[in-house]
Design a protein around this ligand. Structure first.
Ligand SMILES: [Zn+2]
Length: 339
C-alpha cells in the first residue's frame, strides 16, 4: 500500500476521505430533497485538466451544448462520491484533519475563528485538492511542500494543542496568507458551486459554494493585482481583509449579483475548455483504434458516460476508464449499424 501523502509515514489506509469537508458540500451533493437536484452538475478532470461543480442555472446553455442531454436520477446519485478519495491518507491524518474541520464548522458561524486555525483549515483543503490530483489545480512543488509542513507541524487530535503548535511554529505562517470572500445568501435556484482555477497561482483560487478563497503562498503576491480572473480580481483587491496577522478570521461580504457575473464567466470558460479537451481526447482515441473519424453521436455518448457514469473521483478521468468507455461505444455503434 502507498504511504499517506500527508505524514508520508503511515500506510494510506483511509478510504472515503473527503477532499472538501463534508459540512461545506453537504448542500451541494444533496442527500434526499430531489427538488433542486436537476439544478446541479458536476464533473472533474484529471488527465485533461479542469474541475468544476456548479448549478445548471449558472451556465445551462453551455452545458447542454457540451453534454447534449440532461442527467438521469442515477447519474446524479453517482455524483455523491465526487469529493471523496481512497488511499491518499492514513486514518490518523484523517482524524487530525477532522478536528480542525469540526472546530471551524462550529465557530465560523459566530465569526470567532482563531485566524491561525482558520489558515490551517483552508490550506488543508487546498493541499488535499492539489495532492489528490483530482482537479486541474495542482500547487507548485515548493508550495505543496510548505503547506504539508504547516499541516504536519500543527495538526493533532486536540484543538488546544493545534493552537499551541501554531503559536510555537509561528514562522510557518509568516509567508502565507489568504483572503476569504463570502456571498451571504445563495438561492436554491443559483445551484451550488465548486470551481478551482487550473493555472492561476498568484493567488491560487477556489470557489466552494458561497465562499471564494484566494491563497497567497508569498506575501508579495498580495500586491499583484494584474492577474485576470473573470472579474474576481476586482472583488478581492477591494477591501477584502488579509488573514495572516489578525487574531480572528475576517470575511469580506460580496454582492450576490456581482459575484454571479464573475461565476458565469468562469463557468462558461471551464465548460468550453473541458468539452474541447474531452472531444480531442475521444477523437484521437477513436482514430487510433479505427483509423476513421468519430461520429458526433459517439463523441456525445462517450462524453456523457465519462462524466456521469459510475466511478470514483480518482478513476473518473483515468486513461484506462476513458479508453474502456470509448471502446464500448465503438462496439455499440457497430452493432447498431449492422442491424
Ligand atoms: Zn498520515
Amino acid at each position: 500500500m502507498n504511504k499517506c501523502k500527508l505524514c508520508e509515514h503511515n500506510e494510506a489506509n483511509q478510504t472515503g476521505s473527503h477532499i472538501i469537508p463534508h459540512f461545506l458540500i453537504k448542500s451541494m451533493v444533496n442527500e434526499g430533497g430531489s427538488k433542486k437536484r436537476d439544478k446541479e452538475v458536476s464533473f472533474g478532470i484529471n488527465s485533461i485538466d479542469a474541475d468544476v461543480f456548479f448549478g445548471r442555472s449558472v451556465t445551462i446553455d453551455k452545458i447542454e451544448e457540451t453534454m447534449g442531454k440532461p442527467l438521469t436520477d442515477d447519474e446524479i446519485e453517482g455524483q455523491s462520491n465526487h469529493f471523496t478519495i481512497d488511499n491518499m491518507l492514513c486514518d490518523s491524518c484523517e482524524k487530525k484533519l477532522a478536528i480542525v474541520e469540526s472546530y471551524y464548522s462550529l465557530n465560523s458561524e459566530n465569526g470567532k475563528v482563531d485566524a491561525k486555525v482558520s489558515t490551517i483549515f483552508w490550506y488543508s483543503i487546498l493541499w488535499r485538492i492539489s495532492a489528490s490530483k483530482c482537479s486541474g489545480l495542482t500547487m507548485k512543488n515548493k508550495d505543496e511542500k510548505k503547506i504539508r509542513k504547516l499541516l504536519n507541524s500543527t495538526l493533532t487530535l486536540n484543538i488546544k494543542t493545534v493552537k499551541e503548535n501554531s503559536i510555537s511554529n509561528t514562522s510557518l505562517f509568516d509567508s502565507i496568507a489568504y483572503k476569504l470572500l463570502k456571498v451571504e445568501e445563495l438561492d436554491e435556484e443559483d445551484g451550488l458551486l465548486f470551481m478551482a482555477h487550473p493555472t492561476l497561482f498568484t493567488p491560487y483560487s477556489l470557489i466552494i459554494n458561497n465562499f471564494t478563497i484566494f491563497f497567497y503562498t508569498r506575501l508579495s503576491y498580495l500586491k499583484n493585482i494584474s492577474q485576470n480572473f473573470f472579474g474576481f480580481e476586482k472583488l478581492y483587491t477591494k477591501n477584502s481583509p488579509v488573514i495572516s496577522e489578525s487574531m480572528f478570521e475576517e470575511c469580506h461580504i460580496v454582492d450576490r449579483q456581482v459575484f454571479f457575473k464573475c461565476v458565469k464567466k468562469f463557468a462558461d470558460f471551464k465548460v468550453k475548455d473541458f468539452g474541447d479537451k474531452l472531444k480531442i481526447f475521444i477523437n484521437s482515441t477513436f482514430r487510433n483504434l479505427t483509423g476513421k473519424n468519430a461520429s458526433p453521436q459517439l463523441v456525445q455518448n462517450s462524453i456523457h458516460e465519462i462524466i456521469y457514469g459510475e466511478s470514483t473521483m480518482g478513476e473518473r478521468y483515468g486513461q484506462i476508464r476513458m479508453h474502456r468507455i470509448i471502446a464500448k461505444h465503438i462496439i455499440l455503434e457497430q452493432q447498431i449499424n449492422f442491424r
